[in-house]
Design a protein around this ligand. Sequence first.
Ligand code: ATP
Ligand code: MG
Length: 342
Amino acid sequence: MTIAVASRSDESVIDNMANRNGRNRKIAVIGTINRDTVTRADGSRHEGYGGILYNLAALSALSPSGITVCPVTNVGRDCSQQILNRLAQFARLELQGVRTVAKPNNHCILRYRDAANKTEVLKGWVGGVSRGQLQTVVDAKLILINFISGADISRRNLCWLRGRCEGNIYMDFHSRTLGRHRDGSRFLRRPVDWKEYLDCADIAQMNELEFELLSGHKADEISCTDFLKRKLDRTRCLIVTRGSLGCFIMQRLGATIRFRSIPAPRVAQVTDTTGCGDIFSAGFIANYLTTGSEVVAASYATKLASWRVGLNDFFEVDLAAFSKKGRTETSGDNLRNSKRNI
Ligand SMILES: Nc1ncnc2c1ncn2[C@@H]1O[C@H](COP(=O)(O)OP(=O)(O)OP(=O)(O)O)[C@@H](O)[C@H]1O
Ligand SMILES: [Mg+2]
């Protein structure tokens, strides 16, 4: 199994694309950086930062050269120094869209019952990003909107952004499907305005549970194809991630929808699935900017995200060095070895 990386000739494809479009070579990432407390199914605990930090780490390491990565996010004052220190460790980041707010940072308390089931409590609240922050990325080639809190960007600001940006919008619907009780505990719900949000996306990602919630059907070839065809009439590509089963990708090709199922590599030992969806979107974008193929990008993203589940701490891994070495394995054991070899 090969994890492809941008070669010099690929990079010239990006150069040509950028020059032809006359557009800035920015990828924007809109979402929230959480403080995470994760209790795994085996009882072990992990404290750290997450949310779009997973996107930023992977994009910073894997995007073709010449691309800058621009987080657009609010950071709570209590965690701002730690978060800014973390951001300073990533290459090619531009931080004009990062704003420190006088509020407690979002703190996500995740408790896994097993690899696929978890409960989530959210404390703190930094709110959504402002138009001033969004203005810094309207010229981006691609904008990733990752609903980490669910209110990372308001609907009005999203529509405003859609009207101004020429680049693609990639949206992970994720926590937009989560309501929040007074005590911070999250619950699944179908937001009434879900279609208005997704109508702003060129490429949309959601997991099977989120798909079922929005469509009212279990994810399969017929339901996913039908959903893109009839319900998401402005979106050209829908990706439904399926945990250990990989993903479905549906592409609009004129009047028809092409369906593909991409299996995930088997992972010998599942250690931590936190951030899988975020690593998937980052892998997709980094590869898509190189290849221009949604199917190739989804296949790459599936391998990259599956690789993550075998790792203890994703942020400890030198992704760029791993990719440059052209390593081909994706099982947790092999990847742990690769980490030692770097
Ligand atoms: N147990 C697993 N084994 C192999 N790959 C996995 C496993 N769990 C997740 N993945 C990989 O991660 C991708 C995204 O997983 P998933 O569908 O669980 O996303 P998600 O629910 O959005 O994740 P999260 O919300 O935890 O970030 C999958 O398509 C697959 O490539
Ligand atoms: Mg997700």
